[in-house]
Write a protein that binds this ligand. Structure first.
Ligand code: FES
Length: 117
């Protein structure tokens, strides 16, 4: 595979849109990468599921105002940018592009883990 091909970003089905409850993160694994998929405010986001502060699954935390909270120490990460709102986490988490294919609850939620946005 050429370097150019590796950078095109392959979208992989993470789940169906109907599998996502509003503001309830769903953990999936794509190509060995743990991802938290979140539907909130009519949009779907995909972020790395592990907190940048310690090895904690963010999908076990709560979502509010387009932020996902790490339940262990309370840092919140912006689902659009991955930036933490404050300590103890100081580094952002990766955010991955999402595409929705199809209509209704059966629509496919596709995530590319080869591109971080
Ligand atoms: S483990 Fe997430 S803020 Fe500490």
């Amino acid at each position: 595979m050429s370097a150019a091909a590796a950078n095109t970003g392959d979208f992989v089905k993470a789940c169906a849109l109907g599998d996502l409850e509003e503001d309830t993160p769903r953990r999936v694994e794509i190509e060995g990468v743990p991802i938290s998929v979140v539907r909130t405010g009519g949009e779907v986001f995909a972020v790395h599921d592990i907190c940048s502060h310690a090895n904690v699954s963010l999908s076990e935390g709560e979502v509010e105002d387009c932020m996902i909270e790490c339940w262990l120490h309370g840092s919140m990460f912006d689902l659009r940018t991955g930036q933490p709102s404050g300590p103890p986490a100081s580094r952002p988490i990766p955010v991955y592009p999402v595409k929705i294919e199809g209509d209704g609850p059966g629509a496919a939620v596709l995530v590319s883990v080869t591109q971080e946005s």
